[in-house]
Design a protein around this ligand. Structure first.
Ligand code: KG4
Ligand code: ZN
Length: 348
């Protein structure tokens, strides 16, 4: 089965073709057109600018994905590729995200499904992040706890299996990635914050500055929630009206990174113990952070000896459409295609 995935929830225009055969996933193409360079000068994403660029990029990106996947060697790739029998399903990310960005991907996917009479499914961006782990083609033993850490969300998910999951905790304010992005803005390090902070942190001392580990032992109504806005404010007060050397900035980055990691690991281990799971899955853009990957893997190994730890390859952690295609595969297998006329972009 060959699936075209389309993802435009934020500032990445992405399309991918995956092939699923006997429960093995092969990524035939994975095209991501990033707008980071455009939004960098604003210090963050400007929704209208993002939507306009998605409109510009969406057809060339899909065309490139179909061309690279070599499912149809004839030009025009979109029409020949989608029309021909080789493409079996279109999967598009419908929520959550920036509404004007989502609309571009969703309406394009619908137009393709309509014109070429292909089944279509709409998928949730956060489930898609977790689904990316199946691209490892490793057996996942359920139940599992999934930690999804991105620029807009920080969620713990209990996964009964690949078809059924529920949220067991999330951030009450800023997401972990948002905390990195906002701290980087305060430190004048540019956008996006996560990659630059982790780069600076490599040669910094994580114990140099004492930053809070918010809500380590607090959770409302039995849930395992997070809060990262206080950490961002702590960085703000730390640097306010002061001058720091490059060395000290590196120490602040390392201290912030470690504070975020400590909270994420503590809560994930707590959730895994509470729900007695067999696997922990780490996904989302912040899962591209090497220290988080290493430290969570080590903690699971030391503290939960019988629990397996899995995380997607780094290129499938940050926004991409291969993950959208995998999530679409599972949704289609569980409940068939969606009603083309009912699919729409949603913010949450
Ligand atoms: O999942 P994603 O690509 O987009 C959203 O769904 O938001 O996540 C983007 C977030 C940004 O906040 C970015 O700063 C963060 O992931 N990020 C990282 C790293 N790479 C990206 N955070 C920490 N370390 C990284 N290496
Ligand atoms: Zn994402």
């Amino acid at each position: 089965m060959k699936i075209l995935g389309i993802e435009t929830s934020c500032d990445e225009t992405a399309a991918a073709v995956i092939e699923v055969q006997s429960s093995r996933f092969e990524v035939r193409s994975n095209i991501v057109s990033s707008q980071v360079a455009i939004h960098r000068r604003f210090g963050g994403i400007v929704p209208e600018v993002a939507a306009r660029n998605h409109i510009k990029n969406i057809l060339p990106v899909i065309d490139e994905a179909i061309k690279t996947a070599k499912i149809n060697p004839v030009r025009n790739y979109i029409s020949n590729g989608v029309k021909s029998a080789v493409l079996d399903l279109i999967s598009v990310n419908t929520e959550p995200g920036l509404i004007t960005s989502l609309i571009v991907g969703v309406e394009t996917a619908k137009a393709l499904a309509f014109s070429f009479n292909k089944p279509i499914v709409g998928v949730n961006h956060l489930s898609a992040h977790l689904s990316a782990v199946f691209l490892n083609n490793q057996r996942i033993i359920f139940p599992a706890v999934g930690l999804v850490v991105s620029g807009g969300h920080t969620q713990l998910v209990y996964m009964k299996n690949q078809y059924s999951s529920r949220v067991i905790g999330q951030t009450l304010d800023d997401a972990a990635g948002e905390c990195f992005d906002k701290a980087a803005k305060i430190l004048k390090l540019g956008y996006p914050g996560g990659p630059v902070i982790s780069k600076m942190a490599k040669t910094g001392n994580p114990a140099a500055f004492k930053l809070p580990r918010p809500m380590l032992n607090k959770s409302a109504s039995g849930r395992i929630d997070f809060s990262f806005s206080g950490l961002k404010t702590a960085v703000l007060y730390l640097v306010k009206d002061k001058k720091f050397s490059q060395r000290q900035i590196k120490d602040i980055c390392a201290s912030l990174e470690q504070a975020v990691i400590d909270v994420l690991i503590f809560k994930t281990i707590k959730a895994a113990e509470k729900f007695g799971v067999k696997t922990i899955i780490l996904a989302g853009g912040v899962a591209a952070n090497q220290k988080l990957r290493q430290q969570l893997a080590e903690t699971v190994k030391n503290k939960l000896k019988k629990v397996d730890f899995q995380t997607p390859a780094i290129k499938f952690c940050t926004d991409n459409a291969a993950m959208t295609a995998v999530a679409g595969y599972f949704k289609f297998k569980k409940q068939g295609a969606d009603d083309l006329y009912k699919i729409k972009a949603r913010t949450d």
